[in-house]
Design a protein around this ligand. Structure first.
Ligand code: ADP
Ligand code: MG
Length: 499
């Protein structure tokens, strides 16, 4: 059963190829009608191959829980790395003072300052500055990247009109570095590999916190990197600060990842691990999750083959913002090769990543009767002009299939985590929620533009959660969107781990 699905996905591709040949042989008769039929068939085949009925989602849930176990049992036991973070205590609201954070790991990097009053507050007072990372720095040297970041940090610190600044006290910084890191402690860890388009070879195997600290020292800033975390852990920290029932955090932005609070005795690969809380946050690196139950299509296979990291980040490639637009482009490209309903061949369609996920979302959510936004996007980005309405509708449908699948798979991943920690409701809900009964805590903090800015994505994700969990359990699972959590959380953790 497991293998057959993958084979089916490939077989569809072969069948389509055969159709093209057959169609050429048949000749020009009934051309236009059969052409449209071919287009519809491409779409139908895509829809079937990428389908996510609830029974398949449940298989993904189970596979996620199984892989989590395997990744915790032994090093390299699963595609899920299940990395230890050495963070065993999450912020509880009593933190006090002014703390800094630096958030690096996607399209933008952010510097933040958070003021903590020592009492839990739902709105965390903070200043933030965002900047895109110049592309040449994403593939240059680590020194160039960190010098650039440290100098932005220095500018930011010096601009503050905060009375705290006048006190010549060493500042504390939480560093959110959203790439897979192997930790030796909560404040140090080496980069395992780059993801999301970054590639700075001399950094792999280096301590990210130390590299930043050295750049901070070079520029003459009196600041200590006191914790090294990733965006999911920052989000979990903010979620937990605001609601102690928060057990996990998920990011769906440029990439996707999740972390959660695990009992130390379940972390079998690290025997004798002792923490005061009896638990530790595990960074799953779930972007690399894989199971043959995932509804993989020929487009996913092609995208993977063309990517700089084939056979890696398979889950991420079906879910996150970096890739969704490109899956849509690939389906549109196939249609333009099968027929001329899109007009003369556009070379733009051959350009990887030219169709970005925000543009895809704008087409998907176009509510105008004649789909003017779709027409405009096809024209401006893909140079496909004068599309008839039925073609625009077809494009919307493609966006819908891609996003719906992504959101539903993300939902299955979330339930997989809850299942692993026994909070997916499969053991029944014992009479209502209680703050003291650990079995019932199940708030999941969530962040990233796909969830926060792409309404259809969010709605499909919620819908799938209810389908998988059932009407009875679903209301007990609360998804809580945080904002700037990946950065603010680092400042909160810098506070809890401050010297
Ligand atoms: P990052 O992951 O870089 O920290 P975000 O969480 O904001 O930042 O995610 C950015 C990604 O989300 C981009 O790759 C982009 O493709 C996607 N994105 C941004 N805005 C939207 C939107 N309105 N609709 C859909 N996708 C979006
Ligand atoms: Mg982010």
């Amino acid at each position: 059963m497991m293998e057959r699905k993958l084979v089916f996905g490939v077989a569809v591709g072969v069948a389509v190829g055969a159709c093209v040949v057959a169609a050429v042989v048949v000749g020009r008769r009934v051309k236009s009608r059969s052409k449209w039929k071919r287009v519809v068939r491409v779409l139908e085949e895509f829809e079937v191959a990428g389908d996510t009925p609830v029974r398949r989602l449940r298989q993904v849930v189970d596979a996620m829980a199984v892989e989590m176990h395997a990744g915790l049992a032994s090093e390299g036991g699963s595609k899920l790395k299940m990395l230890l973070t050495y963070v065993d205590n999450l912020p509880n609201g009593s933190e006090k003072g002014t703390f800094y954070a630096l958030d690096l790991g996607g399209t933008n990097f952010r510097v933040l300052r958070v003021h903590l009053g020592g009492q839990r507050s739902l709105s965390l007072e903070h200043d933030v500055e965002r900047q895109p990372i110049p592309e040449h720095l994403m593939t240059g040297t680590s020194e160039d990247l960190f010098d650039f970041i440290a100098s932005s940090l220095k500018d930011f610190v010096e601009k503050a009109d905060d009375p705290d600044q006048l006190v010549a006290r060493r500042k504390e910084l939480g560093f959110t570095f959203s790439f897979p890191v192997k930790h030796a402690s909560a404040s140090s860890g080496v980069l395992i590999k780059w993801t999301k388009g970054f590639s700075i070879e001399d950094m792999v195997g280096q301590d990210a916190a130390e590299s930043l600290q050295q750049a901070i020292d070079r520029i003459g800033l009196d600041m200590r990197v006191s914790v090294l975390i990733n965006d999911t852990l920052g989000t979990l920290a903010v979620g937990h600060y605001q609601d102690p029932d928060t057990v996990a955090a998920v990011i769906i932005g440029t990439g996707t990842n999740a972390c959660y609070l695990e009992r130390t005795d379940a972390i079998i690969k690290c025997q004798g691990l002792l923490t005061t809380s009896g638990s530790m946050v595990i960074n799953m690196e779930w972007g690399n999750f894989w199971t043959s139950h995932l509804p993989r299509t020929t487009y996913d296979i092609d995208l993977d083959v063309d990517s700089p990291n084939p056979n890696e980040q398979g889950f991420e490639k079906m879910i996150s913002g970096m890739y969704l637009g490109d899956i849509v482009r690939r389906v549109i490209l196939r249609i333009s090769q099968e027929s001329d309903v899109l007009g003369p061949a556009s070379t733009r369609l051959l350009m990887p990543f030219i169709l970005r996920t925000p543009s895809m979302a704008a087409m998907h959510e176009d509510s105008s009767p004649d789909l003017t936004e779709v027409a405009r996007t096809l024209e401006d980005i893909l140079e496909i002009t004068d599309t008839p309405l039925k073609v625009r509708k077809l494009v919307v449908k493609i966006c819908d299939i891609v996003t719906r699948r992504a959101a539903r798979l993300a939902a299955a991943g979330i339930v997989g985590i809850l299942k692993k920690i026994g909070r997916d409701g499969s053991n029944g809900i014992a009479g209502g929620r209680s703050r003291t009964d650990i079995k019932l805590r199940r708030t999941v903090a969530i962040e990233g533009s796909l969830y926060t800015s792409y309404t259809m994505f969010r709605e499909y994700l919620h819908e799938a959660l209810v389908e998988i969990l059932g009407e009875e359990t679903a209301p007990h699972v609360i998804l809580k969107a945080t904002e700037d959590g990946s950065g603010i959380g680092a400042a909160l953790l810098a506070a809890s781990y401050s010297s």
